[in-house]
Ligand binder design. Structure first.
Ligand code: PMP
Length: 391
C-alpha cells in the first residue's frame, strides 16, 4: 500500500482549496442569490462569433491550428497583444494559459522559499494560492480608495521584499484603482529598492467612467511584468492570457512555460485572434462595459437605500467588485452562514488576506446578478448586516 499523504512533497502542505469555491458550492441551492463568484456574465460571451471564427480557422489554417506550436505563442496574436501597449514589440509578449499560469510561472522563476511578496491587504486569493506553492511569506500593504498606500509599501520594502504584486485597475476584491500620483509613487519606490512589480490587469478594459491611466508597465517597463487576459473581455474558458516583460526577465519564464505545458493551445490562440481581429473585440468590450456599468449602478443604489449607519463601501469606476467594510462587532465570516440561510451569498473578507484578518469586510460581485436579483439580494444582505428580519 502506498501512503500518498506521507509521500506528498513538503510544499503541498501550503496548498489550500479556494475559499471562494467552497462558498460557491453552498450557493448551488437554487434560491440563493449569489454575489460571491467573480464570473463574467455568460450572456455576454460572443458564442456566434467564436463559432464562425472556429470554422474559418479550421477551413483556412486547419493543420497549423491543430499542430504543436512555439512556446512564445502564435506570432500574429503576440503582435495583436503588443499593439495594445505603447512601445511594446511582439517579442516582449509571452502567451500563457490564463494569467493564473502567469502568476505561477513568475513565482516559480523569481521566488525562493522564505522570500517575501508585498501584497495589498486584502488581495486576490488566486495570487496568494499561486505564490503559496513556492513557500513564500507575505508583507501586507494597506490599500485605500486610491489603491496601495505608498508609505505602507515603503515600510514593506524596508523589511525586504522580492516582488510587489499590484492590481492597479478595479482591484479584486476592493474595486479601487491606483491613482495616477500613486502609480508614480509605486514605481519610484520599486525603482529605488530595485524590486520588480507583477502588474495583474484582468479588468483594465472594463472602465465605466474617467480616463484610462498609464499602466505601471508604461511608467517603468524595465521593472514590470504585466499580465493581461482574454478572460473578462472574451471568454474565461479559453484560458488565454499574456505576459509582457523585459527580454531578460522573460528568459526563465519562457523555459518554465515550456517545461510546464510546452505552449498554450494553438487552436484557441488562432480562434481568439480571429475573433479579436478587425475591431470586433473592441466593439464587444463596449457592450460588456455598459452591461457591468448598469449592474454596478443598481448595486450601489441598492446599498445606499438599504445599509444602515456605520457601513462603508467602495465605488468602483470599472470591473466587477464592491468591497463593504462593516462596523466594529460584526464578523463577516460568521454572518456569511446566516446570509446563505437568508438566501444571499458573498465572500467574507478573510478569504482575501494572507494572515487571517478581514472579518470586518466582504466582497460583492455584480457581474452575474440580474437587476431583480440585485434588488432583492441586497435587501436580504442588508437585513443580515443591519440585524433586522430578512424580507
Ligand atoms: N488575477 C486576478 C486579479 C483575477 O481576478 C483573476 C480572475 N478571477 C485572475 C488573475 C485569473 O485570470 P485568468 O482567467 O486570466 O487566469
Amino acid at each position: 500500500m502506498v501512503n500518498w499523504s506521507e509521500l506528498a512533497a513538503g510544499r503541498t502542505a501550503r496548498l489550500k482549496p479556494s475559499a471562494i469555491r467552497e462558498i460557491l458550492k453552498l450557493t448551488q441551492r437554487g434560491d440563493v442569490i449569489s454575489f460571491a463568484g467573480g464570473l463574467p456574465a455568460p450572456e455576454l460571451f460572443p458564442v456566434n462569433a467564436i463559432r464562425s471564427a472556429a470554422e474559418r480557422v479550421l477551413r483556412d489554417h486547419g493543420s497549423a491550428a491543430l499542430q504543436y506550436s512555439t512556446t512564445e505563442g502564435h506570432p500574429p496574436l503576440r503582435e495583436w497583444v503588443a499593439s495594445r501597449y505603447a512601445g511594446v514589440g511582439a517579442e516582449a509578449v509571452q502567451i500563457v494559459s490564463g494569467s493564473q499560469q502567469g502568476l505561477d510561472l513568475v513565482a516559480k522563476c523569481y521566488l525562493d522559499p522564505g522570500d517575501a511578496v508585498a501584497v495589498a491587504a486584502p488581495t486576490y486569493p488566486g495570487a496568494l494560492r499561486a505564490f503559496d506553492a513556492y513557500e513564500v511569506r507575505y508583507r501586507e500593504v494597506e490599500i485605500d480608495d486610491d489603491g496601495l498606500v505608498p508609505a505602507s509599501l515603503q515600510h514593506a520594502l524596508d523589511d525586504g521584499v522580492k516582488l510587489i504584486y499590484v492590481i492597479a485597475n478595479f482591484d479584486n476584491p476592493t474595486g479601487v484603482s491606483l491613482s495616477l500620483p500613486r502609480r508614480h509613487a509605486v514605481v519610484d519606490l520599486a525603482r529605488r529598492y530595485g524590486v520588480p512589480i507583477f502588474e495583474d490587469n484582468p479588468y483594465g478594459d472594463l472602465r465605466f467612467e474617467g480616463h484610462d491611466l498609464p499602466h505601471l508597465l508604461d511608467l517603468a517597463p524595465e521593472l514590470v511584468i504585466h499580465a493581461g487576459t482574454f478572460s473578462k473581455i472574451m471568454v474565461p474558458g479559453f484560458r488565454l492570457a499574456w505576459l509582457v516583460a523585459p527580454a531578460e526577465a522573460m528568459e526563465p519564464i519562457r523555459k518554465a512555460k515550456q517545461a510546464a505545458d510546452l505552449h498554450t493551445s494553438t487552436f484557441v490562440q488562432y480562434v481568439a485572434l480571429e475573433v479579436a481581429r478587425d475591431g470586433f473585440l473592441d466593439e464587444r468590450v463596449t457592450v460588456v462595459r455598459e452591461h457591468y456599468r448598469g449592474r454596478r449602478d443598481l448595486m450601489l443604489g441598492a446599498l445606499e437605500r438599504c445599509l444602515g449607519e456605520g457601513f462603508r463601501w467602495t465605488r468602483p469606476a470599472g470591473g466587477m467588485f464592491v468591497w463593504i467594510s462593516v462596523p466594529d462587532g460584526l464578523d463577516t465570516t460568521v454572518l456569511a452562514k446566516d446570509a446563505v440561510q437568508a438566501g444571499v451569498a458573498y465572500v467574507p473578507g478573510e478569504a482575501f488576506y494572507g494572515t487571517g484578518r478581514g472579518t470586518d469586510g466582504l466582497r460583492l460581485s455584480y457581474s452575474v446578478a440580474t437587476p431583480e436579483q440585485i434588488d432583492s439580494g441586497i435587501a436580504r444582505l442588508a437585513a443580515i448586516l443591519n440585524g433586522t428580519t430578512p424580507p
